[in-house]
Design a protein around this ligand. Structure first.
Ligand SMILES: Cc1ncc(COP(=O)(O)O)c(C=O)c1O
Length: 410
């Protein structure tokens, strides 16, 4: 069986795990960042380093190649601006995002990661259906950014796929909303017919590509859902992994926002732009829909470093192209190795894969953890599947070597 990684010795494996040791400090988080930054050369030179700090982090779907060099330069130059509120930078970033997405400035809301967008949507559009909780609330005007719109508390159910990215379920539950989980179809798409049937006002959350399955929901099905859904029900399409998707069956729904006042599309700078630690996301929707989100948001929730990095990244044509290419190449390598071992994955349109490990995955998760390899958590709807982020090739070689051991393959 042709297999480049079966020949990796324990010593080489230790070196691979040591990839981040040169950058390691007391905090394992920083050590992980070091391991993500390093390449094959650093992996080789790190032999004999502190093994406790040598963690291969393939658990959070981060971009191992980091932010654009232009973003790092822009941040370095912006340190002295940290004493200022980021008004002008917000204007420039919103202008850029509006232009790139072909929408008006009033159709963009920037946030503290796309996670904040999910929270705002849950707050604005889900909640108990009781009438007493639904009285309008008066709000103070902001010192910048104009008057606050009239505000009504959210109401209605949260409809999600199972499994999907779980953060928004928590936000809805905190909001005392009913959460309905609809299993994915046999092809791991969202079951939009059943999701629509379960909806009443509230919010339908579509994660496309979906986390944790890396699968897509075909574009024609989402278009059909949009035409069938009543305006009172908001549809949030989370496109966090948009830049990794290249299937002919996938499309971004941002161009459809103009026709649907109940459509919100979330995007993040955490994935292909490599800015997970900086925290920046945004959404695109019609102006009135954006206005309904604003009252729930902390004023100035996005920091100036994230903004300058994002503005610079959008000007770096290579960031997306290289990120997509490197992810595809390494993903292909890993899938080939797994296939040779007899393991299949759900077809991936993202920077991670969901492997069918053909047995309860929790003991394997623990086995990998003991070897310093972190993979995705257990997803109860798919107990025999393991979610693994596509890191750099040396990291994936380290993963494959450990995977062989915990799977009992010699
Ligand atoms: C589908 C999805 N949406 C949103 C997020 C949140 O991303 P962030 O808050 O970093 O933009 C993640 C993070 O992994 C995700 O997988």
């Amino acid at each position: 069986m042709p297999n480049t990684t079966t020949s990796i010795s324990r010593r080489t494996f230790a070196k691979l795990l040591g990839a981040g040791a040169a950058c390691a400090v007391a905090s394992p988080r920083i050590a992980r960042a070091g391991s993500l930054r390093s390449g094959v050369a650093a992996a080789r030179s790190a032999a004999g380093s502190n093994s406790a700090a040598n963690i291969v982090r393939l658990s959070a779907n981060e971009n191992p190649y980091g932010p654009s060099p232009m973003a790092i330069k822009a941040m370095t130059e912006a340190f002295s601006l940290s004493c200022r509120y980021p008004d002008e930078h917000a204007d420039v970033l919103i202008e850029s995002l509006a232009r790139i997405n072909g929408v008006g400035r009033d159709q963009i809301l920037i946030a503290d990661g796309s996670g904040e967008i999910l929270k705002l949507c849950a707050a604005a559009f889900t909640g108990p259906m009781s009438t007493t909780a639904n009285r309008p609330v008066d709000l103070a005007p902001r010192s910048r950014g104009g008057a606050m719109p009239a505000f009504m508390p959210g109401r209605g159910k949260m409809i999600v796929a199972d499994p999907t990215f779980e953060a928004i379920l928590n936000h809805a539950r905190v909001n005392r909303a009913e959460v309905v989980q609809v299993p994915l179809t046999a092809s791991f798409a969202h079951d939009l017919t059943k999701m629509l049937a379960a909806a009443s006002e509230g919010l339908i959350y579509i994660c496309n590509p979906n986390n944790p399955t890396a699968s897509i929901t075909p574009k024609n099905q989402i278009r059909e859902l949009l035409t069938k859904t009543l305006r009172e029900t908001i549809i949030l399409v989370d496109e966090a992994y948009h830049h990794y998707a290249d299937s002919a069956d996938y499309e971004s729904v941002i161009p459809l926002v103009k026709d649907h006042s109940n459509l919100i599309v979330a995007r993040t700078f955490s994935k292909i732009f490599g800015m997970a630690g900086l925290r920046l996301g945004y959404c695109v929707a019609q102006p009135e829909t954006i206005q309904r989100l604003r009252p729930h948001q902390t004023w100035d929730s996005v920091n100036i470093m994230a903004m300058v990095a994002a503005i610079a990244s959008l000007n770096d044509a290579d960031q997306v192209t290289n990120g997509h290419r490197l992810n595809s190449e390494t993903k292909k390598f890993v899938l080939g190795e797994l296939e040779a071992m007899g393991f299949k994955s759900i077809p991936s349109q993202a920077n991670f894969i969901m492997i069918d490990v053909k047995r309860p995955m929790r003991p394997m998760l623990e086995g990998l953890r003991q070897q310093g390899v972190q993979v995705g958590r257990l997803f109860p709807a798919l107990p025999n599947h393991m979610r693994v982020t596509i890191g750099k090739k040396p990291e994936m070689e380290a993963f494959l070597s450990s995977f062989r051991q915990v799977a009992g393959i010699v």
